[in-house]
Design a protein around this ligand. Structure first.
Ligand SMILES: [Zn+2]
Ligand SMILES: [Zn+2]
Length: 288
């Protein structure tokens, strides 16, 4: 990026109404500078983030048309409780997990079927492609708008929190992908956001090798509110953000912590979940 003296630019800039038509070159330069700065943060989307095909930057969510077409967007038949896509055409309204009952979270919202975005999530989670976060947050935002439209009112949320990673693991990876997407979602929906309030207090085992019961035990009691902030969620309606949802053990363990600290309700939004009957996102979720 070129070195530009902003003070000089400000001095040269015409004031008031005259500015609009008087200095197109200056405005172009400012626009270019701002874009260059943004591009450093978010590389321009010239490749589809799901398949790598060349696209132009105007494509929504940085997905090519083919990927947008083939993605199983979770807005048709979904579980009434966790939001997971239901693959069969039957009359049931709950996935197998939620039909068993006992969930502590109030309701979940899923954007897309995991099987369609496996590589995308792998790159986001393990490949350092944090700039995917902006696109994922945009998908989540639109999903919430759709939800609000479908139910006549947006869900009432007071605070957005990312599902935390264990500190040591996050330092090693350099980021928590749930936080990367979560903080941008918070900006888009203008909600208070806190990345440090909820903590993972111990390292948990890889989930993919575990049964549903073992998954529950694995994350049970693995979350706590940051020291000195035990009262911070009292009376609040909280929404958790994560990249992937499987059996709900992690979300429920977070919900348990938040509810016992006085939260009124705990919802969640995730980018992807395996459709009920068949697919399982455990292999990715496992490394958290
Ligand atoms: Zn694509
Ligand atoms: Zn469900």
């Amino acid at each position: 990026m070129k070195n530009i003296n902003l003070k000089e630019l400000a001095k040269a800039a015409p004031q008031g109404e005259a500015a609009a038509g008087a200095a197109p070159a200056l405005r172009r330069l400012l626009k270019k500078t701002a874009k260059a700065a943004l591009d450093l943060l978010y590389p321009p989307s010239i490749y589809c983030i799901a398949c790598g095909n060349l696209i132009d930057a105007s494509r929504p969510y940085a997905l090519c048309d083919a990927c947008r077409e083939r993605f199983g967007w979770a807005n048709d038949r979904t579980c009434d409780k966790c939001g997971k896509p239901l693959r069969d055409a039957g009359a049931r309204t709950l996935c197998a997990n939620c039909a068993d009952g006992g969930q502590l979270f109030e309701k979940g919202c899923v954007c897309v079927e995991y099987a369609d975005c496996r590589e995308l999530l792998y790159g986001f989670k393990y490949g350092g492609r944090t700039y995917y976060g902006a696109h994922i947050a945009r998908v989540m935002h639109d999903r919430l708008l759709w939800e609000a439209h479908a139910h006549g009112a947006p869900p009432q949320i007071d605070l957005l929190l990312p599902v935390p990673m264990y500190g040591k693991k996050e330092r090693k990876r350099g980021y928590n992908q749930a936080d990367v997407a979560g903080r941008q979602l918070a900006r888009l929906i203008a909600l208070p956001y806190d990345r440090t309030l909820l903590e993972r207090t111990r390292s948990t085992r890889v989930m993919s090798s575990l049964s549903a019961e073992e998954r529950g035990a694995n994350v049970q009691g693995a979350f706590a509110l940051a020291r000195g902030r035990e009262e911070a969620v009292r009376g609040l309606r909280v929404m958790l953000v994560d990249d992937i949802f499987t059996t709900g053990s992690t979300i429920d363990a977070c919900a348990e912590t938040l509810l016992s600290a006085g939260a009124v309700s705990v919802r969640f939004i995730v980018f992807a979940a395996g459709a009920d009957a068949g697919t399982d996102a455990g292999d990715l979720r496992g490394a958290m």
